[in-house]
Design a protein around this ligand. Sequence first.
Ligand SMILES: [Fe+2]
Ligand SMILES: [Fe+2]
Length: 162
Amino acid sequence: MHEFQPLIDEHKDIYEIINKFKTALESTNKFTVMDELRNFKKGLDRVLDSHFATEERILFQKIEGKVTNEPDLIKNVLDEHKDIYKKKILLDELFDKYEIKHTDIGYEALIQLASDLADTLYNHAYVEDMTIFAFAGIVLSDEEKQIIAKELAKTSKKTKSK
Ligand SMILES: [Fe+2]
Ligand SMILES: [Fe+2]
């Protein structure tokens, strides 16, 4: 098993949540799209906070300073975490307003916002898969990777038993 398997599995989960929503966007039925938007938000509520927190606490801290050829790599993904959180909070707010009074935000604008969040998150996870996880595999010692694997296993057990 890969040392970062729990994080990779969470990315798979994230890709699935996004793909389901993006597929629903092809529908012309507003009710179908809104239902899937609800599922998209629920899916993110389930996985996003714990996934970002685990990455930041267990993986990023350990490789920061070691990736000297890409000094901004960790800073960039941390900025993206903040940006994704902000977009998610805005989506929740506007979704609630849309459900209550249709005047604050129109359907098209709401779906555009959700779609933008989905794209941002997809690209973020993809960059992590292709760069951070790959760099971590190179710059960390076997011992460090084993420590990370143990910490990740502990965290994912806790999350699953919630
Ligand atoms: Fe991340
Ligand atoms: Fe991630």
